[in-house]
Design a protein around this ligand. Structure first.
Ligand code: 5GP
Ligand code: MN
Length: 327
C-alpha cells in the first residue's frame, strides 16, 4: 500500500509540473482504454494543462459520446511533451504509431492492469488485481483531490463496466462496485452509457454476428469454440474493424465451451487472435504470451504473422494442450 501511494504521488507530482501532456492508449482501443484516457485528459485539462489525446485508431462509434469535443486524435509527427500518460497498454508496441509521435517526450507514465505489462515507462503503476484501468485512474484522481465531474464519471464508469463484462467477470471485486457506486453519485449516467455502449449496435455489426453464428466451429467435445473473420466478411457486412469487439462472447457463452478463440484477418498474412477462458484454472494470457501477445487470465490476445492454416493449427494445438493439462 505504501509503495503504491508513493507511485501515485510521483505521478501526481509529474502531472502537476508538466505543461503539455499527451495521453496515449493502445491500438484498437476498447472502453477501458478510451474511458481511462479521456478521464485523465478531462482531469488535467481542468488544471489548465495543454492536453493531447492520441490513439492510432479512430474513436469507436459506440464510445464517441464520451468525447463530444472530439479531443481524441490520430498521431501526427512527433511533438515535444513534458509528460506522457499511457493507459491500459501492456507494451510500448501496442501503442502502434503513437509510439513514434511521443518520441520527444519527457516522463513516460505507464498506468495499467495487465499482468503481462512490460514496464516500458519511466514510472510504471501496474496493478493486475484491478479489474480495469479505469479503477486505477479513479484512485489517481481521488488521491490528487481532483474533481470528478459528470463527464469524468461517465468515462470511468464506461471503462469499468466494459472491462468487467458489465460487472460479470470474476475479476470484479467489492471495490469495483464501490467505485462504480461513487461514480454514479458523481453523475455517471448509467442509462445513457448502457444504451450507447450495449444497445446501439449498427446493423453491420449484427450482420457480422450472423456470420459468426453461421461459421463457428466446435472441437474437443465442444470445449473449444473458434471462428474466423476475414476482410471479405467485413466487406459483405459493410462493417468497420472495431465492430468485431464482443463477437467472441457469443461463442464463449455456449454451454460446455471452456475456451473461445477468434481469428481475425488483418492482412492475408497478419492475424489478430482473441482468446477467452471460462475456467479460472485455464489462463489464456499464458497462451497469448507464448505467441508474443498478452492479456489477462480470462481474456487475452496476440497478432501473428504467417499463413492462416499454419497458425490456426499451431494455436488450436496450444489450446488443446492447455485443456489437457487441467483435465
Ligand atoms: P481482445 O481480445 O478483447 O482484443 O483483448 C483481450 C485482452 O488481451 C485485452 O486485455 C488486451 O489488452 C489483450 N490483448 C489483445 N491483443 C493483444 C496483443 O496483441 N498484445 C498484447 N500484449 N495484449 C493483447
Ligand atoms: Mn483494460
Amino acid at each position: 500500500m505504501k509503495k503504491r501511494l508513493k507511485i501515485l504521488d510521483r505521478i501526481i507530482h509529474e502531472l502537476k509540473s508538466a505543461k503539455h501532456i499527451a495521453i496515449a492508449g493502445h491500438m484498437r482501443p476498447d472502453g477501458d482504454c478510451i474511458g481511462s484516457q479521456l478521464a485523465v485528459a478531462y482531469a488535467v485539462k481542468s488544471l489548465g494543462k495543454k492536453v493531447s489525446v492520441l490513439n492510432e485508431d479512430v474513436m469507436p462509434k459506440k464510445l464517441a459520446f464520451l468525447d463530444p469535443g472530439k479531443i481524441l486524435k490520430s498521431p501526427n509527427k512527433p511533438v515535444e511533451y513534458d509528460s506522457v500518460v499511457v493507459t491500459d497498454c501492456a507494451s510500448y508496441e501496442r501503442m502502434g504509431a503513437v509510439g513514434e509521435a511521443i518520441s520527444k517526450r519527457g516522463t513516460l507514465i505507464n498506468i495499467d492492469h495487465h499482468g503481462s505489462n512490460s514496464r516500458y515507462g519511466d514510472i510504471n503503476w501496474i496493478d493486475p488485481s484491478s479489474a480495469s484501468s479505469g479503477e486505477l485512474i479513479f484512485r489517481l484522481i481521488k488521491q490528487a483531490n481532483w474533481k470528478i465531474t459528470p463527464s469524468i464519471a461517465d468515462c470511468l464508469f464506461t471503462a469499468i463496466s466494459t472491462d468487467t463484462g458489465s460487472f460479470q467477470y470474476a475479476t470484479t471485486r467489492p471495490s469495483t462496485y464501490q467505485i462504480a457506486a461513487e461514480l454514479v453519485e458523481k453523475g455517471a449516467n448509467v442509462g445513457r452509457i448502457c444504451e450507447e455502449v450495449y444497445q446501439s449496435h449498427p446493423l453491420s455489426r449484427v450482420k457480422l454476428l450472423r456470420h459468426v453464428y453461421n461459421s463457428f466451429k466446435l472441437i474437443e467435445k465442444n470445449q473449444i469454440a473458434y471462428f474466423w473473420i476475414r476482410k471479405a466478411d467485413y466487406k459483405r457486412a459493410r462493417a468497420l474493424p472495431d465492430e468485431s469487439e464482443g463477437l467472441i462472447d457469443h461463442i464463449r457463452d455456449i454451454e460446455g465451451v471452456k475456451i473461445a478463440c477468434l481469428f481475425e484477418e488483418i492482412e492475408p498474412e497478419i492475424t489478430r487472435i482473441s482468446f477467452r477462458s471460462k475456467l479460472p484454472e485455464l489462463d489464456v494470457s499464458t497462451i497469448a504470451v507464448s505467441f508474443g501477445g498478452g492479456g489477462h487470465q480470462s481474456a487475452a490476445g496476440v497478432r501473428i504473422t504467417g499463413k492462416q492454416q499454419t497458425l490456426q493449427r499451431k494455436v488450436l494445438y496450444a489450446l488443446k494442450e492447455a485443456l489437457a493439462k487441467i483435465q
